[in-house]
Design a protein around this ligand. Structure first.
Ligand SMILES: *[C@@H]1O[C@H](CO)[C@@H](O)[C@H](O)[C@H]1NC(C)=O
Ligand SMILES: *[C@@H]1O[C@H](CO)[C@@H](O)[C@H](O)[C@H]1NC(C)=O
Ligand SMILES: *[C@@H]1O[C@H](CO)[C@@H](O)[C@H](O)[C@H]1NC(C)=O
Ligand SMILES: *[C@@H]1O[C@H](CO)[C@@H](O)[C@H](O)[C@H]1NC(C)=O
Length: 418
């Protein structure tokens, strides 16, 4: 009992210490970024997807229903939300440049906190790694200490997935027994371990009257492909409960340029074995089910790691003095972007999604709206899955013209007047 009492006393102390930080009002920030997380979550109405921790967080916070990525590619989308600027400003549409040298010395979100006196730390995948963040996760600008990357991430492209033949493979669908994995762990478990330890340390240093607020960014790698996750999460999703996508086929009027031929998954051994024709597939039905099962299982696995970090916030008495933000980057990896010749610009209104694919000059980063290669128009009232591109239909010519003008006027024109 003595131990329990002591724990309670210490927790209260921490709450007090952080609730009244240096200037009396700087809350800590826990910024969770989840790679390729779709809103396929309990809190967005997906009853069969098991995400209790994210759901609980959503129930206590503000849930955004119309948040869209600036670009459906991981590097640009992260640089965009971390600098608060559009890809046309950061000039990062691929993974091959660092915005500070390519576009401008833009302040990042963590940098802003650091310059305001916060202790800032990066765990896992926050900035897109490599040249996109100058091989340093934008240190020293953004972070007070070097970024932590989980050591097991180096097995990303390794043969670690047990197959039915008893051998190990580099598969897309990869449920594993964690303790038989190299180093006995997985990247997101290691990132959560690190974040939990960080929060414990924060509490300890708080006790020593060091009252610097923190900005802790934790980036989880899953549910991004490959679907490598602890195999017990598969039990949540028996194959008999998994359904195919309601629209598994290539939409008839989709411009070719809008199609993603999923080159990245084709490298995986289990996918290669299917000999899927390029570029349109189809993917065999049974494998579609396995992929969907893998995505959901990997999502629940990630949710459990989010839960561990949130539990540590509670246990360390930091929950009431910490703002928690959770975002999905919905990245997508593509290697076709070395020399960009076309760029798609999309706009959503209350009822429509309209896209123009225009010629792009990679040297000057300028779209040429006089040279439109393709258009897409979807009517959300009748086609919320966007399976019927009506941009070429004569009855929508007037609407296309109107939306096209609105798109060309750009977002600045849509700003509320002051
Ligand atoms: C970029 O900005 C940071 C502060 O935000 C400053 O320390 C640094 O010198 C700047 N670098 C360049 C090249 O202007
Ligand atoms: C990028 O990293 C290199 C090597 O550490 C460094 O010399 C350079 O100054 C960095 N770029 C910027 C813009 O800080
Ligand atoms: C926590 O503190 C210990 C002791 O100072 C240190 O060795 C460890 O690296 C710290 N861990 C984190 C995640 O900051
Ligand atoms: C793969 O498919 C192509 C046609 O799409 C066929 O010509 C080829 O023989 C197939 N290869 C195997 C190993 O099944």
């Amino acid at each position: 009992m003595r131990a329990t009492t002591a724990t309670v006393a210490i927790c209260l102390l921490f709450v007090q210490c952080f609730a009244v930080s240096k200037d009396g009002e700087s809350p800590n920030v826990l910024f969770l970024v989840i790679d390729d997380l779709r809103p396929a979550l309990g809190c967005y109405g997906y009853q069969n997807v098991v995400t209790p921790n994210i759901d609980q967080l959503a129930a206590k916070g503000i849930k955004f229903n119309n948040a869209f990525v600036q670009q459906a590619v991981c590097g640009p989308s992260r640089t965009s939300f971390l600098t608060g600027r559009r890809p046309d400003t950061t000039r990062l549409y691929d993974f091959y440049s660092y915005w500070r040298t390519a576009a401008g010395n833009f302040t990042t979100l963590p940098q802003h906190f650091k310059e305001a006196g916060y202790f800032t730390a990066s765990v896992g995948k926050v900035f897109h790694p490599g040249i996109a963040s100058n091989f340093s996760d934008d240190a020293p600008y953004s972070w007070s200490v070097p970024a932590y990357h989980p050591p097991t991430q180096k097995y990303k492209m390794k043969k670690v997935c047990p197959g039915p033949d008893g051998q190990l493979h580099m598969n897309l669908v990869c449920p594993v027994e964690v303790k038989s994995q190299p180093l006995g762990s997985l990247p997101d478990i290691q990132s959560a371990d690190f974040a939990v330890e960080f929060l414990q340390n924060v509490s300890a240093s708080c006790q020593e009257s060091q009252k610097q607020p923190f900005f802790l960014a934790v980036g989880f790698h899953k549910p991004h492909i490959p679907f490598k996750y602890p195999k017990e999460f598969q039990d949540l999703y028996p194959l008999s409960n998994i359904h195919l996508a309601p629209d598994p086929s290539l939409p008839p009027d989709l411009p070719t340029i809008a199609w993603n031929p999923f080159t990245d998954i084709r490298k995986r051994e289990d996918v290669q074995a299917l000999n899927i024709s390029f570029p349109y597939g189809p993917v065999p039905r049974q494998f579609q089910l396995l992929m969907r099962q893998g995505y959901y299982a990997a999502t629940s696995y990630t949710d459990s790691q989010v839960g561990r970090v949130l539990a540590a916030l509670d246990e360390q008495g930091l929950a009431s003095s910490t703002i928690v933000v959770l975002v999905g980057d919905h990245g997508e990896f593509s290697e076709l972007l070395h020399d960009i010749q076309y760029m798609g610009y999309s706009m959503r209104t209350e009822k429509y999604r309209y896209t123009e694919w225009v010629t792009f000059k990679p040297k000057t980063f300028k779209p040429d709206f006089d040279r439109v290669a393709a258009r897409e128009l979807y009517l959300h009232d009748s086609d919320d899955l966007e399976d019927h591109n009506v941009a070429g239909k004569s009855e929508y010519r007037h609407l296309v013209q109107q939306l096209s003008q609105q798109l060309r006027k750009g977002w600045r024109n849509a700003l509320p007047s002051e």
